[in-house]
Design a protein around this ligand. Structure first.
Ligand code: ADP
Length: 398
């Protein structure tokens, strides 16, 4: 059974075709500049050369059409016909409070995606375009929506409600949702399997540390808390996002600089994080590390603050769960940067965490990196959101 996984942005479309018999990737690719001049599709079939198509893509429907052509191409393709594709799984950002599980798309599901445009203004419209494009190009084929917010829906009220007047939750569904949900679901599930933990009761903290960064606490794979909030701005320090900030900072800066709240939020989302803290060095953690090694004090402080915030959240989540059995690192920084993993764990001696430096000397490979006598299992688990979406799609359509 082959599942096509689609992740649509406003001008981009990423895809993977996965053979679910062995979960291998048959082909993957990216359409860029959809609706803009100079559109391009880069198609990478497994074990064959990369193949680039430069053709106009005025909309996502044309882009999907070109993806299907590439997948069936006599030379670069991997299937003879789209009949071989059993179903399509879509990453969809926001389901508001309506859905807490993946679901086969029907008119009600599309209505919910549309109703949540306000909550996910950059992603939900693009995600809906992707679904409608697939419906147009492959009529009758099942589409499954896998929500980035689903994992966070199992949080209890005490974790998801903000301490603001309750009427705003009732009127506008203002609450903490959490994002990177598909990654947290996948990595916490894999950590339980790989770490041979109790599937019902294991207390797991997942640190998804990339350009966007978030952390989750889950018991038996069910989320009890996660660091992102109504939007991905809350929580950890990220590449360009501030994470937690006293909201009064916004009023103060707006008044002093004569800017409005929209511009302020743009600063918190795009110009803050390690980029802002380092005095503008970069949002890329490799550049920040290089600057630190060259003696840049602000880059050093930015990295220290990033690690410190992760360690504080781990402490908070350990308290929230009254313990922790495993901590898993994932995403760009979590999978590739042994120094960050080590620095975070250096804060956790009080939990009996002990890192095995040799085991930690690894990149992008699933592995236990704690010492045999560590009280908490620490793991590196590469995330794979596409595979998680494909598994959900298979589960709902087979
Ligand atoms: P996102 O999906 O949020 O864009 P990723 O999970 O791809 O982010 O992570 C990207 C980040 O990972 C970049 O900031 C990059 O610098 C960082 N990264 C990748 N490799 C390394 C490394 N070896 N050391 C430190 N950081 C790394």
């Amino acid at each position: 059974m082959k599942i096509l996984v689609i992740n649509c942005g406003s001008s981009s479309l990423k895809y993977q075709l996965i053979d679910m018999t062995d979960e291998s990737v048959l082909a993957k690719g990216l359409c860029e500049r959809i609706g803009i001049e100079g559109s391009k599709l880069t198609h990478q079939p497994a074990g064959k050369d990369k193949f680039v198509v430069e053709k106009a893509m005025p909309d996502h429907k044309v882009a999907i059409g070109l993806v299907l052509e590439a997948l069936q191409d006599p030379e670069h393709g991997v299937v003879k016909s789209t009949d071989e594709i059993a179903a399509v799984g879509h990453r969809v950002l926001h389901a508001g409070t309506k859905y807490c599980e993946s679901i086969v798309v029907n008119d009600d599901v599309k209505k919910v995606i549309r109703e949540c445009f306000d909550l996910g203004p950059l992603h939900n419209p693009a995600n809906l375009m992707g679904i409608e494009a697939c419906e147009a190009v492959m009529p009758g084929k099942a589409n499954v929506a896998v929500w980035d917010t689903a994992f966070g829906m199992s949080m209890p009220e005490k974790a998801y409600l903000y301490a603001i007047p309750h009427e705003y939750y009732e009127k506008y569904s203002i609450r903490r949702y959490g994002f990177h949900g598909t990654s947290h679901m996948f990595v916490s599930g894999e950590a339980i399997k790989f770490g041979e933990l109790d599937s019902e009761n294991a207390k797991v903290i997942v640190c998804h540390l990339g350009n966007g960064a978030s952390i989750s606490a889950s018991i038996g794979g069910k989320c009890v808390d996660t660091s992102m909030g109504l939007t991905p701005l809350e929580g950890l320090i990220m590449g360009t996002r501030s994470g937690d900030v006293d909201p009064a900072v916004c009023q103060f800066i707006c008044n002093k600089e004569g800017i409005d709240i929209n511009e302020m939020l743009n600063i918190l989302n795009k110009k803050s994080g390690v980029l802002g803290m380092s005095g503008g060095v970069s949002s890329d953690f490799r550049d920040i590390e290089k600057a630190k090694e060259e003696g840049n004090h602000l880059a050093d402080v930015a990295l220290q603050a990033f690690v410190y915030r992760v360690a504080k959240y781990i402490g908070a989540y350990t308290a929230a769960m009254n313990g922790v059995d495993a901590i898993a690192f994932t995403a760009g920084v979590g999978e590739n940067d042994k120094n960050t993993r080590k620095s975070v764990c250096d804060y956790l001696g009080y939990l009996g965490v002990k890192i095995d430096d040799e085991a930690n000397n690894v990149r992008g490979e699933r592995r236990v990196i704690s010492a045999a006598d560590s009280k908490v299992k620490v793991m590196l688990i590469p995330t794979n959101e596409e595979l998680a979406i494909a598994r959900e799609t298979l589960r709902l359509t087979k």
